[in-house]
Write a protein that binds this ligand. Structure first.
Ligand code: GLU
Length: 460
């Protein structure tokens, strides 16, 4: 079998959105599954709308999702001569021709077609005029008058279009720039792409691109068009549905594994399995079982997956991911401290932002504000227990989990108390919260010096 080469070809006119992200994941998985190559191409020929900051953002999102690409990054803007050379070749072979019709002329032709109840299109006026290059002239493809363009879509199945439905499309604009279809075909061929998997907003371009492949004598790749992602209300996904860009999910503290798992499942299935490790996806994803119906975004399921990955990811890795969020909270906790806190908080946190907020409470020397629900435990009685325990904690030979647990247990037993008379005031003094991990774990995570400082602060 020929080496599988896939590509992702974003236009840098915005951040990577989840629909594009999902396409990129599919292309990456297909290449990895077959031990092939995954290429990345920046389609930046629209100089008005393309911006370097978006290219940077897309690359950052790709990295965050864990999608590494092979070979050099390709920029279309650096390949203009190559596209024009292909256009010249098509003119020479008679597959393309110069056209001097103005945009107004073309609009008038479309109007005429519409009036006749036909598909609005260019009427081929310049086909036989034998024009050469000149100011304001474009180059058009001579589309066959008859015949059918047929392909088997990886997702949508059999697709057939009559050539007569298609326009003599522009390949080179009046300003010398190639059009999207020209550039994409040239690139996909030159990069050796075997599988063109992309959003189904491009499905109508594919027959046109097939004509170009044929005119240039290129071997056709396999095409696949994945349906778009709809909002939870089954309408087109938009801003009002909340986050749409991959970067927004990152900023909201989602784990990349959760988003990858979620997006893959949103357009592909393997029985009714919901949770897939990346290795499993690579093993199972062969480009079949892609869903041809558009799927609706389900924020709750994404949260559920996120909670799952937050619990299952090794603490050291969670610590690494949460570190920048903790920093953003203005707290400076070392990696080791974070790693110790991960098991204490990950069960209750929905995302890295929440987790970081909990962890920030552990910064040494921090002046923790006590929430109202917790402050009510700091009564005279509560403070009495805090004062007594403070001395016990100070005198412990070892300030570790088991010694602390035993010390608190003893104190409660000997005093004939209930734990709830002692635990909540201690917790309030230590982290200013009414809820949280077991108090002995909190003490241990804070360390002796910081714990005593916080208890003293409440007593003074
Ligand atoms: N640049 C196109 C886009 O961002 C994708 C083109 C393609 O995959 O063929 O929609």
């Amino acid at each position: 079998m020929k080496k599988v080469i896939t590509r992702f070809a974003p236009s840098p006119t915005g951040h990577l959105h989840i629909g594009g992200g999902r396409t990129a994941i599919f292309c990456w998985l297909l290449a990895r599954h077959f031990g092939g190559e995954f290429r990345l191409r920046i389609e930046d020929t629209d100089s008005e709308r393309s911006r370097q900051e978006y290219t940077d953002s897309i690359l950052a999102s790709m990295k965050w999702l864990g999608l590494d690409w092979d070979g050099e990054l390709t920029y279309q803007s650096r390949r203009l001569d190559i596209y024009n050379a292909y256009v010249d070749k098509l003119i020479e072979s008679g597959h393309a021709y110069w056209c001097d019709c103005s945009p107004e002329d073309v609009e008038a032709m479309r109007e005429v077609a519409r009036a006749k109840g036909e598909k609005p299109r260019y009427n081929g006026r310049c086909r036989e005029r034998g024009l050469g290059p000149g100011k304001g002239r474009v180059v058009r493809l001579r589309v066959p008058d008859e015949g059918r363009i047929v392909f088997e879509d990886m997702v949508k199945g059999h697709i057939a279009v009559d050539a007569a439905e298609l326009d003599d499309m522009v390949l080179r604009r009046a300003d010398g720039m190639p059009t999207y279809n020209m550039a994409v075909v040239a690139d996909d061929h030159d990069m050796g792409v075997t599988h063109v998997l992309r959003g189904d907003d491009h499905v109508s371009n594919t027959p046109k691109q097939i004509l170009l492949y044929q005119a240039l004598g290129f071997e056709l790749p396999t095409f696949g068009h994945v349906p778009m992602i709809l909002g939870p209300d089954k309408q087109k996904l938009s801003k009002r549905h909340g986050a749409r860009a991959v970067i927004e999910y990152e900023q909201d503290g989602l784990l990349p594994q959760a988003l990858v798992n979620y997006l893959v499942r949103l357009g592909w299935s393997h029985g009714d399995q919901e949770i897939f490790s990346l290795n499993e996806l690579v093993e199972l994803f062969d480009g079949t079982s892609l869903n041809s119906a558009a799927a609706a975004f389900d924020p709750e399921k994404l949260q559920w997956l996120n909670a799952h990955y937050l619990r299952e990811t090794p603490p050291a890795r969670v610590a690494e991911m949460v570190a920048p969020f903790v920093e953003r909270q203005g707290a400076g906790l070392g990696r080791e401290a974070l790693e110790k806190l991960v098991p204490l908080y990950r069960e209750r946190a929905a995302n890295l932002v929440d987790l970081a907020a909990d962890m920030a409470l552990y910064q040494s020397g921090a002046d923790i504000a006590c929430e109202e629900k917790a402050a009510k435990f700091l009564t005279d009685e509560g403070k009495g227990h805090i004062a007594a325990l403070r001395e016990i904690f100070a005198a412990l030979p070892e300030f570790d989990e088991s010694s602390l647990e035993a010390a608190i247990h003893d104190y409660v037993e000997k005093g004939g108390l209930k734990f709830k008379q002692v635990g909540p005031p201690l917790r309030a003094a230590l982290i200013g919260r009414a809820g949280g991990p077991s108090v002995h774990l909190t003490l241990c995570a804070l360390g002796r010096e910081e714990s005593l400082r916080r208890l003293d602060r409440v007593l003074s």
